[in-house]
Design a protein around this ligand. Sequence first.
Ligand code: CDP
Length: 197
Amino acid sequence: MIFTVAIDGPAAAGKGTISRAVAERFGFAHLDTGLLYRAVGAIGGDPALAARALAPADLARDDLRSLAAGQAASRVAVIPEVRAALVDFQRRFARQPGGAVLDGRDIGTVICPEAEVKLYVTASAETRAHRRWLEVGGDAGQVLAEVKERDARDMSRAEAPLKPAAGALVIDTTAMTADQAVEAACAAVAAALRAHR
Ligand code: CDP
């Protein structure tokens, strides 16, 4: 069975939690595509070369979750050559037999517009910054400023800007618990699976 769940949305909206839960519930493979851009940003040097040479060990670095790595990721993510180098891997992952969940910024718009389920997971900037602050700590005002700066860059770039894909179900998690958001996503996947079989 080829079945892709594409999950896009801004920073710290809950994509990771939802993606992991959907993958586990339905037995699908999961790819956090943000890690690809975080790794390219962390490697340094020429970002296009880093993207072309990206290896599994690069994704296992323990410094990819920091605020600085998120900023570096969104700076290299505007470079068309970087995005192009990562497309084939993501497309193959999306269409592998057995089902796949990918979360990122352009999965439903560019990587896999034919995905059987497209979700756009979002929340207010304040809510998202608070969640990120609970993860990374530090100065709450700075975390909010960085979330807003990264959103603005991701949404305004020329190449694969962040926006809901055509036909995407929007899940606003501002007033939801993690469990409620997971259940909303799983209900959409279950309905699409029934229609698919
Ligand atoms: O976890 P969080 O939502 O904060 O970020 P992430 O998903 O790890 O993505 C980090 C950065 O990589 C984003 O701000 C985007 O600039 C970029 N990215 C992208 O351009 N396209 C993707 N499919 C995934 C991430």
